[in-house]
Design a protein around this ligand. Sequence first.
Ligand SMILES: C[S@@+](CC[C@H](N)C(=O)[O-])C[C@H]1O[C@@H](n2cnc3c(N)ncnc32)[C@H](O)[C@@H]1O
Length: 212
Amino acid sequence: MFDRVAPRYDRTNTVMVAGQDKRWRRATREALTLQPGERCLDLGAGTGVSTAELAGSGADVVGADISLGMLREHDDRQVPLVNADALRLPFADDTFNAVTGTFFIRNVIDPAACLTEILRVLQPGGRMVLCEVSRPVWKPYRAAHGLFVKHVMPRVAARVSSDAEAYRYLAASTLEWPDQAEFADRIVLAGFRKVAWRNLAGGAVALHRGFK
Ligand SMILES: C[S@@+](CC[C@H](N)C(=O)[O-])C[C@H]1O[C@@H](n2cnc3c(N)ncnc32)[C@H](O)[C@@H]1O
């Protein structure tokens, strides 16, 4: 599916959320508090747009994605990108100071197995920050957001994306993804410590953090 949406992925994304995706990627970088020389893995890197944001910190960042189509759309971003499955990462145990993924984990076939794999490649004490869709906190906004995701997003995508059907899936996966507390529970269950989250955009997006 991501191979199919790849040709217009960056543009469709930015149009659908009115440019806020840039702000959310920046918030992810800030939450990671990367230091120059640290090793960071960006999972579901796609076109490398999130990896390029992280590389601005001076850390050694590598992006990984299962979709060659997405990686090919890297648009000359000067960041290392590898074709890899986040459920079977080609990295040794305890490799990274930080692992992250923006709008990635809800698209993985087995998110629980992915969390276990992230834990494996993190160094002891290393941190994970995941930026993912979530549930708006204020009830009237939650209702309006649900309608936007269900009815407006697929229509906008039909006009700008290279595959409108795929964006119907994205709308469904957004509505089905667990809320902040439930996702935090899943992270704890996977074995992470000091798990916490922070809402962005009133909770429509959330950053979840945990430590190995
Ligand atoms: C919505 S895109 C996010 C891209 C980018 N991180 C961003 O911020 O725009 C989700 C990405 O996750 C990737 N993905 C899904 N399952 C994966 C897996 N098992 N291993 C690696 N990447 C995966 C998809 O190929 C896709 O490029």
